[in-house]
Design a protein. Structure first.
Lengths: 531, 312
């Protein structure tokens, strides 16, 4: 085609009209959109590793688990769970055999047929298979076998009793039920085009649009209120905030650093903040193999110097002080008023100084450590650094790249390690991961995440946790967990600091259909609507 | 000319090999274990070992290097450790957005920068020149991430003329989405090209052949365009090539602020997650662009300067 001067001018003058047309297209009613802090979707297969929070949001809409908590809550006790793909379940008296009766007529998306016990067994068998890398594998270490005696019955056999099996394995992200046929047919393609039974099915996945989901008309619980949901990915905080302020997106993932919510409130006072509780557990490991942290008096001084309430107050509405290792919202946690006076550790600078003097550090001491540059880690550790300065402890702290911090921690190179992790409401989990002697960190990187060497450097809680793990009765197990909490408070290898909620800023024009009180860092959007 | 082309390509081979080796070594020296990043808190030790074996991370370094070079030579970039997507597909998906942004910004920079430089040189030390110098100073001084945020707030958030973020889908949509980021990047490009043009033109304007052209009665615009500017194009072309490379690799801040897909953003994210195959694939692409743009510059020299054509 020959380009004439007139033709060129005509096309050039049409350019603004083209822009106008695009603006008009963009002005049409958009789907309900949530923007998460990630670059792009990693994948939508719940068993895939390295999933981001954004992926988890999409997965929650696409799949279902056998049981679930009430929307907007965590199920922290056995009676808190509600039916989902399973309509009933029972456990043996020793809490080692769990049997689920599946709901009949539950369909997979896009014509993949009825979900049955074979799909459930397939899903969990993948976690059992040691030759396959699957997400959250450690959560399934107590699973001995899974079988499907008939089309609508699934039976799990556990190595040890678990009265909260529904919380520890059945309702987590990686326990969402996969469609076996789709998984085997699509192979790697399943990651970006998965088939589930959830209220939404995948329409498209792209780096620019994110994940577009449309309501699944045959969902067993009824059709979702909003016909289309978009899970968008905006990594940069400024870009995400501007997208929210412009109304382009309806919900955005918040930033867990002091001052973010007040700033947002200043900009848009009507904004609703949905925060999960507890969110992440932030704990501080004191390396017992290194002086002066091997001295209990120094550890007690550190405990007395760190004011958890003050740190929590820096994150208004998002944080709660942790008296022990279990978050106050979970069963098994301890309350200061229930503890002996000596284990309450109310902040006391004078007593902390006296303990340091008694330990031979009256002139002050310096502890080298490092932490991550991620905003939550850096904010908390900087506050701890200031609080310790007040009693004469100088934290010679380096702030380093997040991946580097994890790698260096795993090589036992840190003296004071801030650890942030979200847990299911299973009270044994934080102890198994952070305090068991078999999880002790090793210099060659082959150890676990017990960065204090508790149970190795000094006697730990191994025997107590064994007893708790063998206890089939939930109430008795909780009592044992509280004993463990007290033991840890006596030895102070690990200090509970604060919980930090995951927060979503929501435009008031969106009604979720329930109130977010607690739960994982994602929730269902099938009842969400514009108001 | 073909021989020159071939020689340049051959020259590029050791350069690319060296770059690849340096990247390989740098990645392995960087603290951080991809297995820990990928598998997260709930990984068992057994899973970590299995993952490292699957990714070949448990092999001796020399073996990993050979495998890496072999794969690169056969253009097999492997798959991302994080998403398990083929790296080639990931690059193919994101690279067009970076190229589109680079070309748009450079285009705007050329359209505005060359006339600005010409005006400044022709009116040396008068108000157009002073104005151009002030603009250049501002263009250099204001960081692009700050300017980007400012333009976003004014033109996208408050006035609603442009989209807040994204890369667009169809042609017009993509043009609509690239406009504001391109304008942001074009600010510094205009300043750079304007200064370059001014300096080069000032030099050629004082040459004898320009004086001769004027003495022969040539009209001033023609003298400037045909005699002065054409001879000033060599340094401008060199500068333009460098500027193109800088934008290709350095537009990541703009990609982040405007939430555009792009290769820079993919690479930064891969570095944070120690996703070795993606980093390596991305660096190969950049190395390719360095070689390609240098070749294009050489060809442009020949087109601009007939003397080089004879030598070639």
């Amino acid at each position: 085609m020959v380009t004439t001067r007139r033709g060129f001018i005509a096309r050039a003058s049409a350019l603004p009209l083209g822009f106008g047309a695009m603006r008009e297209a963009h002005a049409q009613t958009p789907p309900i959109t949530i923007a998460l802090a990630a670059r792009s979707p990693t994948g939508l297969n719940p068993q895939q590793t390295a999933l981001t929070g954004g992926d988890a949001w999409a997965i929650r809409q696409i799949f279902d688990t056998l049981v679930k908590p009430e929307d907007g809550t965590f199920a922290v006790r056995p009676e808190d769970f509600r039916p989902s793909l399973a309509e009933s379940w029972e456990s043996s008296p020793d809490a080692r055999t769990w049997t689920y009766r599946l709901r009949r007529g539950v369909l997979f998306h896009k014509g993949f047929g009825e979900m049955n016990s074979d799909d459930v067994a397939f899903t969990f068998a993948r976690h059992l298979d040691r030759t396959i890398v699957t997400n959250q594998k450690a959560l399934y270490s107590n699973l001995a076998s899974v079988e499907a005696p008939d089309r609508y019955t699934v039976r799990f056999q556990l190595h040890r009793p678990d009265p909260l099996f529904n919380g520890s394995m059945v309702s987590t992200l990686s326990a969402n039920i996969l469609c076996r046929r789709a998984f085997e047919e699509r192979g790697q393609g399943f990651n970006m085009d998965p088939i589930g039974t959830g209220p939404y099915q995948v329409d498209s996945v792209s780096p620019t649009q994110g994940v577009l989901l449309s309501a699944f008309a045959q969902h067993f619980a009824g059709v979702a209120t909003s016909p289309v949901i978009r899970v968008a990915f905006i990594a940069d905080t400024t870009a995400r905030t501007l997208a929210f302020a412009s109304g382009q997106v309806d919900m955005i993932e918040g930033v867990r650093q002091p001052g973010w919510i007040p700033t947002m409130r200043g900009r848009a006072p009507q904004t609703i903040f949905d925060a999960t509780a507890p969110g992440s557990f932030n704990t501080l490991h004191l390396n017992l193999t290194r002086a002066p942290l091997n001295d209990l008096r120094v550890r007690q001084a550190i405990r007395l110097a760190i004011n958890n309430e003050q740190i929590a107050a820096a994150f208004p509405g998002l944080s709660v002080a942790m008296p022990g290792i279990i978050a106050p919202q979970f069963a098994g946690s301890v309350r200061p008023q229930d503890l002996p006076e000596a284990l309450r550790y109310a902040p006391d600078v004078r007593r902390a100084r006296a303990l340091l003097a008694e330990a031979g550090h009256g002139g002050g001491l310096t502890i080298p450590c490092f932490t991550s540059q991620r905003e939550d880690y850096a904010s908390i550790m900087l506050m701890i650094q200031e609080q310790l300065r007040a009693v004469g402890i100088t934290l010679a702290m380096r702030i380093i790249d997040h991946a580097t911090m994890h790698a260096e921690n795993r090589r036992d190179r840190n003296s004071m390690t801030l650890y942030s992790s979200s847990y299911p409401p299973v009270p044994t989990q934080p102890f198994l991961q952070q305090l068991l002697s078999s999880a002790a960190v090793k210099a060659d990187g082959t150890g676990g995440e017990n960065y204090s060497h508790y149970g190795i450097a000094i006697p730990g809680i191994d025997a107590l946790i064994e007893r708790a793990q063998d206890e089939p009765d939930f109430e008795r197990r909780i009592a044992l967990i509280q004993d463990i909490e007290q033991q840890v408070l006596r030895d102070l290898p690990l200090l509970g600091i604060v919980t930090l909620s995951y927060v979503i800023a929501r435009n008031p024009r969106i009604d979720l259909g329930f109130t977010v009180r607690s739960g994982y860092a994602y929730w269902p959007l099938n009842r969400a609507r514009r108001v | 000319m073909l021989r020159m082309f071939g020689a340049r390509l051959l020259d590029a081979v050791p350069t690319v090999l060296l770059v690849l080796t340096l990247v390989f070594i740098a990645l392995r020296l960087l603290p951080g274990d991809p297995a820990l990043v990928v598998l997260g808190d709930y990984a068992t030790q057994e899973q970590l070992v299995l993952f490292r074996a699957q990714m070949g991370l448990d092999q001796p370094l020399w073996w990993q290097w050979f495998a890496f070079i072999r794969d690169m030579v056969t253009l097999d970039f492997g798959e991302s450790m994080i998403s398990r997507q083929p790296v080639g597909a990931l690059i193919a998906e994101n690279l067009p957005y970076t190229i589109e942004l680079t070309l748009a910004a450079t285009g705007i920079g050329l359209i505005l920068g060359i006339p600005m430089g010409v005006l400044a040189a022709v009116h040396r030390n008068r108000w157009p020149d002073r104005g151009a110098r002030v603009f250049s100073l501002v263009g250099y001084a204001v960081p692009d991430f700050y300017l980007g945020a400012l333009l976003l707030i004014v033109f996208a958030l408050n006035l609603g003329w442009f989209p807040i973020n994204g890369g667009g889908v169809a042609f017009w949509d993509r043009m609509y989405h690239v406009a504001l980021p391109a304008i942001t990047l074009a600010m510094v490009k205009t300043a750079f090209i304007g200064r370059l043009t001014r300096a080069a033109l000032l030099e050629t304007l004082s040459r004898d052949y320009v004086r001769t052209a004027r003495a022969k009665g040539g009209r001033e615009p023609r003298v400037i365009a045909r005699h002065a500017l054409r001879n000033a194009l060599l340094p401008i072309t060199t500068g333009l090539g460098l500027s193109l490379l800088a934008t290709l690799s350095g537009s990541v801040a703009i990609e982040l602020i405007f939430n555009r897909p792009g290769i820079g953003e993919v690479l930064i994210s891969a570095i944070a997650k120690r996703d070795y195959p993606v980093i390596q694939g991305g660096v190969v692409v950049f190395a390719f662009f360095v070689v390609a743009i240098n070749l294009i510059i050489d060809l442009a020299y020949i087109l601009i300067d007939p003397r080089l054509r004879v030598q070639a």
